[in-house]
Design a binder for this molecule. Structure first.
Ligand code: HEM
Length: 432
C-alpha cells in the first residue's frame, strides 16, 4: 500500500473502494466549520445510502452514517484496531516523522488492541475500575464542583469551560489515580498537548510537542508506579499495580500505557460532554424550565445530551480482509469510520432525532462506542456530568447563555467535538 498524503487525490480511484460514493464537500471532520454544524451534511449522507468515501490525510477512508451500519462496525470481528497488523511502512502505522517516534514500536493501549490481547488487559483494568469505586466518588465530585463554583462566586458572568468543564474532570481522575494534587495543572497541559497533536501532518512542531508531552507523562508515571509497588495505597494506581486475574498481572510498561490512556480518555471527553450538553440545554429554555420544575430529570437530561451532542464524533476500524461493509464491497486494510454523531440522529432508531428533549424514554446512542471497546469510563462520565450540572443549577437561580448559540466557538476538528468557551450570565440563588 502506498503512502499518500495528497488530500486532492480521488479516493474512489483506489481499487479497494472502487464504486463507492464520494462524501459531499461539506464533510470534512478536520474543519471547524464541519465541527460547528455537522448535522445537515450528515443527514444528506444518511439519506444518500449511508456509505461514502473521502480522502483523509493517510489515504481513502470509508465513512458510515446510519445507526445499523455504525453499530455493526463496532461489533464486527472482520475489522481491527491494532496498527501493527498493517504493512511496516503504512503511514497509519508509523505516523508522521517515524524516525523521531520513540513509541513507534511500543504496544498500543487497550483502545488500539484487538481480542484476545485487548480482553486480557481490559479484564485487569475492570477489576480496578469497579462501579462501586465510581459510585463512592459522588460526595467528592459534588465538593469539587462546589469549590470550583466558590472560586467564581460574586461574578455575574462566567466562562463555564474555564470555571468547571475543564478543571473538574482532571481533578477527579487525578484524585482517583492518586497523584499529587499539585501536579494536576501539569496533567491537563500534557493531555491538551497530546490530544489532536497529529491532526495536521504538516505541523511537525505540534507533533513533536505532543510526543514530548507523552514521554514526560510516562516518566512521571514511571516514578509513581515504582513508589506504589513499594507502598501500595487505596488509589487506582495501586489497584492497577495489584490487579490480578488468574495469576495474570499488568507488566510495568502495560501499567504506564494504561495510566496514560485513563488520564487522556477521561479528560477532554467529559469536559466536552459538560460544555456541549449545557449549550444544548440552555439553547432550549423550555427544557431548562422543565428541569427546574423536576430536578430529578437531570440524569435523563445527561443521556439526551450524550445522544444529541456527543463529545466523540466517531471511531475507526480497519478491514482485516476484503468484505462487504454496509452492503458495499471494500478491499483489505481500508480505514472505516463510524459516525457516532450521525448514528445518534438516525430517524430509523430515534424518533424526531433533531429534537432535544430531556423527557425522552429509553434514550439510545452510540456515544460511548460499543462491542469490546465500549467506554470503560461511561458511568464515571455520566456521574460527573450529572453532579456538576446539579451543583450549577443549585448555585444559580438563573443561568443564560451570554452568546448567541449560533456564535458558539468550537475547537478545531479531530475525533472530539467541543467548545473553546461557554460564557454564561448567572444569578446566584439567595442563600445559595
Ligand atoms: C463523556 C465522556 C466520554 C466519552 C464520550 C467517551 C467515549 C468513548 C468511546 C466512543 C470509546 C470507544 C472508542 C472506540 O470504540 O474506538 C471509549 C473508550 C474508552 N474510554 Fe471513554 N469516553 C468518555 C469518558 C471516559 C472516562 C471518564 C474514562 C476513564 C477515566 C474513559 C476511558 C475509556 C477507556 C479506557 C476506553 C477504552 C476501552 C477499551 O478499548 O476497551 N472514557 N470512550
Amino acid at each position: 500500500m502506498t503512502a499518500t498524503d495528497d488530500r486532492t487525490q480521488d479516493p474512489a480511484a483506489d481499487p479497494r473502494v472502487e464504486g463507492l460514493r464520494h462524501a459531499p464537500g461539506g464533510y470534512d471532520p478536520t474543519s471547524v466549520d464541519y465541527v460547528a454544524d455537522p448535522h445537515e451534511v450528515l443527514r444528506q449522507m444518511r439519506e444518500d445510502g449511508g456509505v461514502h468515501v473521502y480522502q483523509a490525510h493517510q489515504g481513502p477512508r470509508v465513512v458510515l452514517t446510519r445507526w445499523a451500519d455504525v453499530e455493526a462496525l463496532l461489533r464486527s470481528k472482520d475489522v481491527f484496531k491494532d496498527v501493527r497488523k498493517l504493512a511496516p511502512d503504512d503511514p497509519r502505522r508509523v505516523g508522521v516523522l517515524p524516525d523521531e517516534n520513540p513509541m513507534a514500536s511500543a504496544a498500543p493501549s487497550i483502545l488500539g488492541l484487538d481480542a484476545p490481547e485487548h480482553d486480557r488487559l481490559r479484564r485487569l483494568v475492570n477489576r480496578a475500575f469497579t462501579p462501586r469505586a465510581v459510585e463512592a466518588l459522588t460526595p467528592r465530585i459534588e465538593e469539587i464542583a462546589d469549590r470550583l463554583l466558590d472560586e467564581v462566586a460574586g461574578q455575574d458572568e462566567i466562562d463555564f469551560m474555564e470555571a468547571l468543564a475543564i478543571p473538574l474532570p482532571v481533578i477527579v481522575i487525578s484524585e482517583m489515580l492518586g497523584v499529587d494534587p499539585e501536579d494536576r495543572a501539569q496533567f491537563k497541559q500534557w493531555s491538551l498537548t497530546m490530544v489532536n497533536s497529529d491532526l495536521r501532518p504538516d505541523d511537525h512542531d505540534r507533533i513533536r510537542r505532543g510526543r514530548a508531552a507523552r514521554q514526560a507523562m510516562r516518566a512521571y508515571f514511571d516514578r509513581v508506579v515504582a513508589q506504589r509497588r513499594e507502598a501500595p495505597g487505596e488509589d487506582l494506581i495501586s489497584a492497577l499495580v495489584l490487579a490480578e486475574e488468574e495469576g495474570d498481572r499488568l507488566t510495568h510498561e502495560e501499567t504506564l500505557t494504561m495510566l496514560g490512556l485513563l488520564l487522556n480518555a477521561g479528560n477532554l471527553t467529559t469536559t466536552d460532554l459538560l460544555g456541549n450538553g449545557l449549550l444544548a440545554l440552555l439553547s432550549h429554555p423550555g427544557q431548562v424550565e422543565a428541569l427546574r420544575e423536576r430536578p430529578e430529570l437531570m440524569a435523563n437530561a445527561v443521556e439526551e445530551m450524550l445522544r444529541y451532542t456527543p463529545p466523540v464524533l466517531g471511531t475507526g476500524r480497519t478491514t482485516a480482509h476484503p468484505q462487504e461493509v454496509a452492503g458495499c464491497p471494500v478491499g483489505q486494510h481500508v480505514s472505516v469510520s463510524g459516525s457516532v454523531i450521525s448514528a445518534n440522529r438516525d430517524p430509523e432508531v430515534v424518533e424526531d432525532p433533531d429534537r432535544f428533549d430531556i423527557t425522552r424514554d429509553e434514550i439510545r446512542y452510540l456515544s460511548f462506542g460499543g462491542g469490546i471497546h465500549f467506554c470503560l469510563g461511561a458511568n464515571l462520565a455520566r456521574n460527573e456530568a450529572r453532579l456538576t450540572l446539579e451543583r450549577l443549577f443549585h448555585r444559580y437561580s438563573d443561568i443564560r447563555l451570554a452568546v448567541d448559540p449560533a456564535q458558539a466557538e468550537w475547537r478545531g476538528g479531530g475525533a472530539f467535538r467541543g467548545l473553546e468557551r461557554l460564557p454564561l450570565r448567572v444569578t446566584t440563588r439567595t442563600g445559595g
